[in-house]
Design a protein around this ligand. Structure first.
Ligand SMILES: Cc1ncc(COP(=O)(O)O)c(C=O)c1O
Length: 452
């Protein structure tokens, strides 16, 4: 971009002196005004943003006594105290779901959900390919095949139009992923699922408090799964949850995650009426989570405000397009993704753009790559178990089908993700993100040619 810093942006910089993060101390407004013509930081110039970003996760001293109390009580295990049950009731209420079962992680929440919905050895699950690898792994752990839907390049989520063509007589469930906290087109997914008699499991591991048509993600399918791993907006180191509205399914989840012990309507039967594992959450995790609910709500609003402001600022920059959300939905931005077009940046590759933006002081990443070519699926389908369960013909057509996925390659090659903690900074810091992108665009040719 040849455009100098706009007067509006300049004024935003100039009035940001009172910002909590005090960036002005290290980057004067005059310096900001010059920043587009100065050399890019990757080529030795001064970075646009030098003041750092809010740290993640955040811990408050006021939360410590409750954790220490559990420590001193010796009641660390969920069977010996009420903190996990309290968390489950509160989290269900926060989402507007009927029930919640806390688990050890998002991965185990997915494994529990797949199991109770009957996904078994030799079944197939239709899933979004644009997700963290744990979603694939949970399906593979059930000895089932993850069959990928296409990715809508504008939303980065599962393209509902591709689902029906992937259904076979072995399909047992549909698993949409609200990636980066952006809700999927759930009405369309649910309509197909209903028509074909298939249950829907939402992977809401990045979508705490995201909303679709007035309802929270986690209440939109038969079951939904959440992660509370350290990087997540509601973190407890590790942790997860299954939510849903069916007592029967949630009782089954509760039993399966607790070595098959009977609960609810299953009580009074033989003690171990079903198989199970140990995917229980600990009391400490529940206490850490419970105390962060208010913060989660406040942080979510702040991320949304800053994301809206950032999207408005990016509108004038050709070649970086925010993702499209389904109508009447609200994202929570676990990453804020941009669709990057190298042609508008003098051919600067996406990966070099990421390096250049990081050098300008804006942490970002390239998002997910085509993980299905990494070897994990080859290893699975070459295993004795998978060879017993599917014909050689089906496994070959499955492997070939990975080359024909639409949308996902493009999304993997063009996404740039800005991490969620940046959206917790001051509004003026959002201007630094757009300024850094404009600066890189101005110097795109030099950056593309330099062998740094
Ligand atoms: C989309 C998605 N699914 C599943 C998981 C698995 O969650 P966990 O790491 O808690 O096992 C994650 C975690 O990053 C995720 O982002």
């Amino acid at each position: 971009m040849k455009r100098p810093l706009s007067r509006r942006a300049f004024m935003r910089h100039a009035t940001a002196g009172s910002a909590a993060f005090g960036w002005l101390g290290s980057t004067s407004s005059a310096a900001a005004a010059q920043s587009f013509s100065a050399a890019p930081a990757l080529l030795g110039g001064a970075p646009v943003h030098t003041a750092g970003w809010p740290k993640w996760p955040e811990w408050r001293e006021a939360w410590e006594p409750a954790v220490v109390e559990i420590l001193r009580s010796g009641k660390w295990y969920r069977g010996e105290g009420g903190h996990v049950a309290e968390f489950e009731a509160a989290y269900a209420k926060l989402l507007g779901a009927k029930r919640c079962v806390a688990t050890a992680s998002g991965t185990t929440a997915l494994q529990v959900s797949l199991h109770v919905l009957g996904v078994d050895a030799g079944d197939e699950v239709i899933v979004s390919p644009y997700t963290f690898v744990a979603t694939y792994n949970a399906i593979l752990m059930s000895k089932a095949l993850p069959v990928f839907a296409d990715t809508d390049p504008t939303t980065l989520t599962m393209d509902p139009a591709s689902i029906e063509s992937r259904i076979t007589e072995r399909t047992r469930a549909i698993l949409p992923v609200h990636i980066y906290g952006m809700p999927c087109e759930m009405d369309e997914v649910n309509a197909i699922a209903k028509k074909r008699g298939l249950p829907v499991i939402e992977d809401a591991c990045q979508a705490w408090l995201a909303e679709y048509k007035g309802r929270k993600c986690g209440t939109l399918g038969d079951l939904a799964c959440f992660s509370f791993q350290n990087s997540k907006h509601l973190p407890s180191g590790e942790g997860g949850a299954v939510t849903g509205n069916s007592d029967e399914l949630l009782d089954r989840c509760q039993s399966f995650h607790d070595v098959g012990r009977p609960v609810g309507n299953f009580k009074g039967q033989r003690q171990y009426f079903t198989r199970g594992s140990n995917y229980r959450m600990q009391q400490f995790q529940a206490s850490i989570l419970l105390q962060q609910f208010d913060k989660l709500v406040q942080d979510t609003e702040r991320r949304r405000r800053n994301a809206d402001y950032l999207s408005a600022g990016l509108r004038d920059i050709p070649g970086v397009q925010p993702a499209r959300l389904p109508e009447n939905s609200r994202a929570v931005w676990h990453l804020y993704p941009l669709r990057y077009d190298a042609a508008q940046f003098s051919g600067l590759s996406r990966d070099r753009f990421v390096r250049a933006l990081r050098a300008e002081g804006v942490p970002c990443s390239a998002g997910y790559h085509e993980q299905y070519f990494d070897g994990l699926l080859d290893e699975a389908i070459e295993s004795r178990g998978f060879k017993r369960l599917w014909s050689a013909e089906r496994l070959k057509s499955y492997r070939d089908s990975l080359q024909e996925l639409r949308g996902n390659r493009q999304v993997c090659a063009s996404t740039v993700g800005i991490t969620q903690n940046l959206l917790l900074a001051e509004r003026a810091d959002m201007d630094h993100i757009t300024d850094a992108i404009r600066k890189i665009q101005k110097h795109g040719d030099a950056l593309a040619k330099a062998a740094v």
